[in-house]
Design a protein around this ligand. Structure first.
Ligand SMILES: [Zn+2]
Ligand SMILES: [Zn+2]
Ligand SMILES: [Zn+2]
Length: 347
């Protein structure tokens, strides 16, 4: 390696960086970190070794050719200032916002390579805060290379929520030509996110029927005493949320003209139920027959987006009814209708 030869020739500049060089209580630095361009950063082997098992290995490796006062560790291919911030972190356990802004990517890579967990977490958080439509593809690649699952997931979420916009970025175009596997991974993730939405919606439909026919905890059909079922629901994790929504829908004053987002959500669930209900005559779900009638009269209301949604929910319902036994999902309860896609449906 060319840089290494230059370094070994010993004609390199030494740059002192506070706070660890030349401070009174500190022993003399006993190791030099060699950076690209040949600038050397003096440091203490004990401190580097205690912060990074990888550096510890390098430092403790038996040295054949060098005196112990002449230890060098080369960290090349990264800007000098990034290496400097990296070395500083061993002393201060801190890294400024400015450093994160400028060198967050390098610091994540360094913390991964040298296994500095604390810095890696700091970088992951810092980079997540700085995620944008324009940098998300690069960040995703970085997260994959550096094995940073938090960052990876945040990137995937941003990507799948803003896919149309991301598709227009340079990063995405570059990815398509250079990393078809990652492209595939992203598309699969989006696909799975969508199918999860339909599974959640289909569960919400089952739950709605359960509340409206059997009654549960606080809500039930008019001719049934809800006190019989006081305990929390044992069938659906979303049951409590949907009960609250139904109760709200029954009492909300703003409901008219779509002035209330919770009511709009409930309205959509009722409409979705009606679209998939095959027994409207015996059905006890509110508005089921009204929606059916309205759909028959109003041919224009037959919009393709809604039809597709209904089709996918029916499919998800069929699939879930085939997989026995039906267990209460262990994921944290989450209202299915929170998804962006549902928000775009107007009634
Ligand atoms: Zn229930
Ligand atoms: Zn309301
Ligand atoms: Zn119905």
């Amino acid at each position: 390696m060319v840089q290494l030869k230059k370094v070994l020739s010993g004609k390199m500049k030494v740059k002192s960086i506070p706070p660890f060089a030349g401070s009174g209580d500190m022993p003399e630095p006993d190791v030099h970190v060699i950076t690209s361009g040949g600038v050397r950063i003096p440091a203490h082997s004990k401190i580097l070794a205690s912060g990074s098992p990888v550096l510890e290995n390098i430092i403790e490796r038996p040295k054949k050719h060098h005196r112990s006062s002449d230890r060098k560790i080369a960290i090349l291919g990264v800007p000098y200032d990034a290496v400097s911030a990296f070395v500083q972190f061993f002393y201060s356990s801190r890294c400024t916002d400015e450093q994160m802004e400028k060198y967050g990517i390098h610091l994540l890579a360094l913390s991964h390579v040298y296994s500095v967990q604390q810095l890696k977490q700091r970088c992951t958080r810092g980079l997540v805060q700085r995620l944008t439509i324009d940098n998300v593809v690069d960040m995703l690649q970085l997260a994959r290379l550096c094995d940073a699952p938090d960052l990876y997931l945040k990137c995937m979420r941003l990507l799948s929520d803003n896919f149309k916009a991301v598709e227009e970025t340079e990063g995405w175009k570059f990815l398509q030509t250079h990393d078809p596997y990652l492209e595939l991974e992203i598309l699969q993730f989006i696909d799975e996110t969508e199918s999860r939405l339909y599974v959640q919606l289909s569960e919400a439909m089952d739950c709605l029927e359960h509340i409206c026919s059997e009654g549960c905890t606080n809500v039930g059909p008019y001719n049934m005493d809800p006190n019989e079922h006081k305990g929390p629901c044992s069938k659906f994790t979303t049951c409590h949320g949907i009960q609250l929504l139904i109760k709200h829908f029954g009492t909300c004053k703003k409901r008219v003209n779509g002035g209330c987002s919770r009511c709009t959500r409930m309205w959509q669930l009722f409409r979705l139920h009606s679209s998939i209900c095959d027994q409207p005559d015996e059905c006890r779900v509110p508005l089921c027959r009204q929606f059916k009638l309205k759909a028959q009269q109003d041919r224009r209301g037959n919009d393709p987006c809604w039809r597709l949604l209904v089709k996918k929910v029916v499919l998800a319902k069929t699939i879930s009814s085939l997989s026995i036994p039906k267990r209460k999902r262990e994921e944290e309860p989450r209202m299915a209708m929170d998804h962006q896609e549902m928000r775009s449906f107007k009634l």
